[in-house]
Every structure is written in structure tokens, then in C-alpha cells.
Design a protein around this ligand. Structure first.
Ligand SMILES: [Zn+2]
Length: 163
């Protein structure tokens, strides 16, 4: 698990209770970080804590660090965190997925440009046909060209970007 996954799977309350603290109705515990906290001045929030007596505050990792006198790495690991060493395989996988994403982006861009041009040409040929005499040479040329663009239009709008 990474830091965020741990935070999502453990509430602050769960962690303090794991250490034997009783959270009162108002959501406070007796602060273990300053002496003589008779009034219970450490407030437990869903994902953090704050002591109104001594000002100590933090999240579940901070709490474990302070209680167990360990550094972040140890607190992280004791809460189920794992560090994944980047291997050659994982680096290669990252490189490949980045490359694939880049290719997909380029493919989409290319398709977008083709569609744009296609739409422009359809308008242009339609316009020419409207302006030219029906069945004249220009009209026939435009009609043919338009048929082709309409055919292309259908393909372009059906085609998914090749992965
Ligand atoms: Zn305190």
C-alpha cells in the first residue's frame, strides 16, 4: 500500500484506539504528548489529530511516529506501507505506457485534423455545386469529390483511433 491507500483504509480514530486510547463522546482523548492532560484536550478528526493543550498535531503517520518514537519510514511500514523498488521491468513498463499514451495522443490529433479538413472540403464542394450549373463539368467534378468526402466522412467518424 502507498501513503494514500493507508490513509483511506485507516481512520485516525482506529489508530488511536489500536494504541489503547479511549475516544470520548466529544471526540477527544487524553493527550499522550504532554503531561497531566486531565481534561482530554487532544481532538480526533477523521484523518488527523490536534491537541489544544500542547499544540501537537498531525495525521495517522505522525501519531505512530510520536507514540512509537520511530521515523516516518518505520511508521509507514508498521501501518502496512510498502516501498516498491523500481526495477528494470517496472521502468520499462512506465516507458512503454508513456510511449503508448504519446502515440495515442498523436493518433487522435491526426484524426482530428483529418476530420477538420474533411468537413471543410464537404462545405467547399457543396458550395461549388450550388454555384455551378447542374451537370456542367465543374458541377460533376465537385459532385464526385463530394461523394468521396462524404464516404470519407462516414469512415472518419466511425473509425476509432488505432491503439
Ligand atoms: Zn497535548
Amino acid at each position: 500500500m502507498n501513503k494514500e491507500e493507508i490513509k483511506h483504509s485507516h481512520s485516525m480514530r482506529e489508530i488511536v484506539e489500536r494504541y489503547g486510547f479511549h475516544v470520548n463522546r466529544a471526540g477527544f482523548i487524553h493527550c499522550p504528548f504532554h503531561k497531566g492532560d486531565k481534561g482530554a484536550s487532544l481532538k480526533i478528526y477523521p484523518d488527523s489529530f490536534h491537541c489544544f493543550g500542547c499544540g501537537t498535531n498531525g495525521d495517522i503517520f505522525t501519531f505512530v511516529q510520536l507514540i512509537d518514537h520511530v521515523d516516518f519510514k518505520e511508521a509507514f511500514q508498521s501501518l502496512g506501507g510498502t516501498y516498491e523498488k523500481p526495477t528494470f521491468q517496472s521502468k520499462l513498463a512506465i516507458y512503454r505506457s508513456q510511449k503508448k499514451a504519446e502515440q495515442r495522443r498523436r493518433g487522435e490529433e491526426k484524426l482530428r485534423r483529418k476530420r477538420e479538413l474533411n468537413n471543410v472540403l464537404i462545405d467547399v464542394y457543396r458550395d461549388y455545386m450550388n454555384k455551378s450549373e447542374p451537370f456542367s463539368e465543374v458541377w460533376c467534378d465537385c459532385c464526385n469529390a463530394l461523394q468521396y468526402q462524404l464516404y470519407l466522412h462516414e469512415i472518419l467518424n466511425r473509425e476509432e483511433v488505432r491503439k
